[in-house]
Write a protein that binds this ligand. Structure first.
Ligand code: SAM
Length: 313
């Protein structure tokens, strides 16, 4: 379905847990805070997905916390990937629990996977994540590249930690034939000075890449996609160039709270949810604000609205 700005929404990002085995420097989430009874059960998640398919959701991304920390996640993946309306189910993970489970996750229905890895250096890895398992994650990345049809490496650029590793990442991506996705560091509200000291706009990263290899833009939707020799590089720039005008997704956190924007407040809780509130969900989606992203300065004048009334057809 489309919202009043004409943005087509076809992707639902579902956080299946607030638990995580890493404690990344820049992560603003508070882990292990939510009581288990408040977390969506698999049946509740499946029901939510079924209802959202009626609103045009075709793509599901499972995330967290760390999604693979949740017991029997393959059951959820299988059930969602068996829904005929779902064209794509993918996963964002830190990779730790993928170790020796890559095949199992693929068999459950995952074709595309994003693995988050911000450094190829053991000491920096421990500094960023609080843990010492870089070798394990590298092996998982290599195995995943042989198994899944698409692997993206999510790299958050942190000026004083990994800006000097871009060439290493280019080589690592080429060796493993995976897509490199550079993400701008978003403000960490519990430590704003860390963000101010470490934020790097995507253009700086792009310039550094271009000092090693020629790349040219092949696509610009939410994400900017560039191609070079044996290389695909993506940039996600929520801070320096917000992409609210192209936002195609909704988010549900592990308690069932529906978010219309990464930066917004929840509008509805869907834990005890039935089809009767379908109209209410449609109403919220259609009327979603242009943006809650504090960095978005783009004028709404560029966008036609209303394009169609989702309630009336
Ligand atoms: N645990 C999983 C993982 O590591 O991919 C899924 C959840 S994690 C929150 C999803 C992605 O958000 C990761 O790639 C992580 O690096 C990114 N992320 C978290 N906090 C961020 C921040 N402050 N700025 C930019 N990206 C961030």
């Amino acid at each position: 379905m489309r919202d009043k700005f004409g943005r087509e929404i076809d992707t639902l990002r579902i956080s299946v847990t607030d638990r995580c085995n890493f404690s990344c420097l820049y992560c603003s989430k508070e882990f292990n805070k939510i009581e288990k009874e408040k977390i969506l059960s698999y049946e509740e998640i499946i029901n939510i997905v079924k209802v959202f398919t009626k609103l045009g959701i075709k793509k599901i991304k499972l995330t967290g916390g760390e999604p693979l920390i949740r017991e029997n996640i393959t059951y959820l993946i299988k059930e969602i990937s068996n829904l005929p309306e779902i064209e794509d189910i993918s996963l964002t993970t830190n990779g730790f629990f993928l170790f020796e489970n890559v095949e199992k996750i693929k068999e459950a229905g995952i074709k595309r996977i994003n693995i988050s890895l911000d450094t190829l250096d053991e000491k920096k890895f421990a500094r960023i994540t609080g843990f010492k398992h870089l070798d394990r994650i590298k092996r998982v990345v290599e195995e995943s590249c042989k198994t899944f049809s698409s692997v993206k490496l999510n790299v958050v650029i942190i000026k004083n930690i990994n800006l000097d590793e871009i060439e290493d990442f280019l080589n690592f991506a080429r060796e493993n034939k995976m897509i490199l996705k550079f993400i701008e560091l978003m403000p960490v509200y519990k430590n704003l000075s860390f963000w101010k000291e470490n934020f790097v706009p995507y253009k700086v990263v792009k310039n550094i890449i271009e000092s090693f290899v020629s790349i040219f833009k092949i696509e610009e939707r939410r994400i900017k996609v560039y191609k070079g020799e044996n290389l695909i590089v993506e940039f996600v720039s929520p801070v320096s160039e917000p992409f609210c005008g192209k936002c195609d997704r909704l988010r549900i956190d592990c308690k069932g709270d529906l978010f219309l924007c990464l930066y917004g407040k929840p509008v509805l809780n869907l834990k005890k949810f039935n089809e009767e509130i379908l109209n209410l969900i449609q109403f919220y989606i259609f009327n979603r604000e242009y943006s809650f992203n504090p960095f978005a300065q783009i004028s709404v004048k560029n966008y036609r609205f209303p394009v169609m009334n989702c309630l009336g057809g």
